[in-house]
Design a protein around this ligand. Sequence first.
Ligand code: CP3
Length: 339
Amino acid sequence: MNSAFLDACLGRPPAHTPVWIMRQAGRYLPEYRQIRENTDFLTFTKTPTLAAEATLQPIRRFDLDAAILFADIMTPVEGMGIEIGFDGGPVIKAPVRDAAAIDRLRVSDPEESVPFVMETIRLVREELPGSIPLIGFAGAPFTVFCYLVEGHGSRSFATARAFLNAQPESAARLLGLIADMTTAYLRAQAKAGAQALMLFDSWIGLLSAEDFDVFVAPLVERILGALASLHVPLMYFPRGGPHLLERVRRFPVDVVGIDWQTTLTTARTMLGPDVTLQGNLDPAALFAPHDRLGKLIDRVLHDAGGGRHIFNLGHGIDRATDPDAVAFLVDRVHAGAVS
Ligand code: CP3
């Protein structure tokens, strides 16, 4: 396969700097709002024709170098026996907060518990141009743990972090179950046709380096290690975690996502030369007039310094973004930095 994205993942010189955008499918696109209009989010993610269409919409509109599966980090959790809902964000009907609740959880075969995800992947692969790989993904253990224990989104996930300290053995058991589920889920995605796999650790920055070492790092390494035999690039996004990057350097991973609070120059120093950095334009930059946006894009390209790099935002695109700003961004990245 001739793909700038896969080349960059694996450290081969790409034909141009590849670019894709976290949350590239979604509400900033009028065509997404239109097909989502009459369907609630959960039903939407469970309907392969709709999820496949949402995956493909940004590829049709922009010259992106990769597609990402349309699903949610909570999608596989129902297979563990947890009831989820959506109310502006994920909601867990009965948050997991004690040993008895953990006893009731199970790790199921994703082909049986979430067959619609694998079907979506198959549909997308039939439609995608051969040069555009499909990224499969999952939430990383701590980020999924945060939602399962807290029960909903939060800025601090105080209940989840309290649980980690009050009941460390139960917390470790829950994290381990999530890691096993995640491994099976990502493996099934690759078997169905996903050509790269990404772990989103959106809330990992809340942990101290010590808790990361004790509770999380061995599990992320276990997942990555178990997926190595699939021979697809593996990506990890530790959002808000510059204090964790020295540890992440030892992970068996091809690509590390960097948020916009850490410069790519700093991340490179901490991670060394043998990994691809992915990021890290501030999503708010897309609201700037094009002359300023161009300069901000060039700054990211400059900070990448000719090292292994995939252009992306530092976090998901804001729903109020003008799609024309995305078109401008993609063209600018492909043209290379204007110095
Ligand atoms: O285009 C893509 O990136 C693919 C699809 C995707 C979604 N969620 C669809 C979605 C991906 C990769 C995710 C990941 C995800 N989901 C994360 C990790 C990345 C991150 O942003 O930190 C997290 C923490 C979630 C949980 C989640 N799902 C939240 C907090 C929310 C509400 C906030 C928001 O952005 O809307 C969701 C809902 C969600 N997931 C939507 C989409 C398109 C919006 C649903 C809608 O109203 O249509």
